[in-house]
Design a protein around this ligand. Structure first.
Ligand SMILES: Cc1ncc(COP(=O)(O)O)c(C=O)c1O
Length: 453
């Protein structure tokens, strides 16, 4: 009998994994989760400073979540929300999401993944403009370095080359404008406001070049996650809004990572002054414990869908598991726990503690160029020269080397190029925050030696 790693290599294609390296190195076999820790098949324990994929906000097991799922499975293990059906928990969760997001008079729509939620927003944007007599408004503007998912439209909206390369994406009509990455893309001496003005000039030029009557929507993560924890200057989204209203373009927020306390507010839009017409929610919605996502839309967007179908048509969209009863039960319980623990204050407090540690580390390690983020969505950008912000030679793969060392030290991190990401479960406590910082220090010491400095 082959061992599990060999069987996995033989039978399993992994997401975002290099097949050749995988066949050579094999998997990390994760067998258990407890709080902010996971354990591998050899019994080694890791503190997961990325909450898995930015999502396990309540850690990797939670007795109340397990109990909610078990109760729901024994009451109703499947039903759907097509053809006028509803489930009491679908009503309750929809009400809750509309209230939490502040989309007064709006509606919630359920799906099962972040990609689906983002694609749903695009379809709703098309319907919205069509109903208002502007069917030519079809194009979507996204930002460089953004991540919006892996299905074809969601991947087209990503601003990351590796999401397009093999697939001939983006699809026509999916456009990109620069990210508000002041640390890397600001000109020497450029103020935040001047940087934002430059980005706005580029965005407006793009809109005019393409034709305002062809643009349906602008989509943004309030803070870029997988693109390297890019926090926009405070004036960025207010300025974006001026252009969106000038040219009748809908604002879509991908809150899939930022939502549910991650940035120290309930939603990233509140941290960054973004005022979207629609929001895509996933990950933190169920703390990663069930594949459920949602779109919360404003009243005018809903009214457009209604008007579009007023001649008797159906809203021709839906997923078998839109509003899966177990997903609903889990999401409701997760949100109750967030409210009871005051997740927003906790994320903010723990985030401040972790950032404090990172600033101490910056005194010790001159390869730390930038520390950025909000709440518990943090990044450290490594550089060859702090003064000049010169990056490391890409061939050195400094970020990946850090991840490898951290992993050996029992810390799961996630580099994005040479930016180290930290997005631990939101239940992380002070001792665990200190442990993340200690293990980061140890790994940075080893990295410094590895880089020959
Ligand atoms: C910001 C953002 N949007 C969308 C997605 C896609 O979500 P899913 O993988 O559930 O389709 C992700 C996944 O990491 C994400 O980080």
């Amino acid at each position: 009998m082959l061992d599990l790693a060999q069987r996995d290599i033989a039978a399993h294609l992994h997401s975002q994994t290099n097949p050749t390296q995988f066949e050579a190195n094999g998997p990390l076999v994760v067998t258990r989760g407890h709080g902010v820790y996971i354990t591998d098949a050899d019994g080694k324990r890791y503190i997961d400073a990325m909450a898995g994929l930015w999502c396990a906000s309540l850690g990797f097991t939670h007795p109340r979540v397990a109990a909610a799922a078990e109760r729901q499975y024994s009451e109703l293990g499947f039903y759907h929300t097509f053809f006028n059906r509803t489930l009491p928990k679908a009503t309750e969760l929809a009400e809750k999401l509309v209230a939490l997001t502040g989309m007064t008079g709006g509606k919630a729509y359920f799906a099962t993944s972040g990609s689906e939620a983002n694609e749903t927003m695009v379809k709703l944007a098309w319907v919205y403009h069509s109903t208002r007599g502007k069917p030519g408004k079809r194009k979507v503007i996204a930002r460089d370095r953004s991540f919006h998912g892996s299905t074809i439209v969601a991947a087209s909206m990503c601003g990351l080359d590796f999401m397009h390369r093999e697939f001939g994406l983006p699809l026509p009509g999916f456009l990109h404008t620069p990210a508000p990455y002041l640390y890397r893309d600001g000109l020497p001496g450029e103020t935040e406001d001047a940087f934002v003005a430059r980005l706005m000039a580029e965005l407006e030029a793009l809109i005019l070049r393409e034709g305002p009557d062809t643009i349906a929507a602008f989509i943004a993560e309030p803070i870029h996650a997988g693109g390297g924890i890019i926090v926009p200057p405070a004036s960025y989204f207010p300025e974006v809004h001026k252009l969106l209203s000038k040219y009748d373009i809908l604002a879509l927020a991908d809150e899939i990572v930022c939502g549910f306390g991650r940035t120290g507010s309930w939603f990233g839009k509140d941290t960054t002054n973004y005022a979207p017409d629609m929001m895509a929610l996933a990950k933190g919605l169920s703390a990663g414990h069930f594949p459920i996502s949602a779109v919360v839309m404003s009243a005018p967007v809903y009214e457009a869908v209604k008007a579009f179908n007023s001649a008797g048509g159906n809203f021709g969209h839906g997923f078998t598991n839109s509003g899966h009863p177990v997903g609903l039960a889990i999401a409701l319980e997760v949100i109750r726990i967030y409210e009871e623990m005051d997740v927003v204050t906790h994320a903010w407090t723990m985030g401040a503690r972790l950032v404090g540690h990172f600033h101490e580390l910056a005194n010790e390690f001159d390869i730390i160029g930038d520390i950025r983020g909000e709440g518990l969505m943090l990044g450290i950008e490594l550089v060859a020269d702090r003064e000049t912000r010169t990056p490391f030679e890409p061939a050195l793969k400094a970020g990946m080397a850090f991840d490898r060392l951290a992993y050996a030290n029992g810390l799961i991190g996630r580099c994005m190029g040479d930016t180290l990401g930290f997005s631990p479960p939101l239940i992380v406590g002070t001792a665990e925050v200190d442990e993340i910082a200690d293990k980061t220090r140890t790994s940075l010491k080893q990295l410094t030696r590895h880089l020959g400095r």
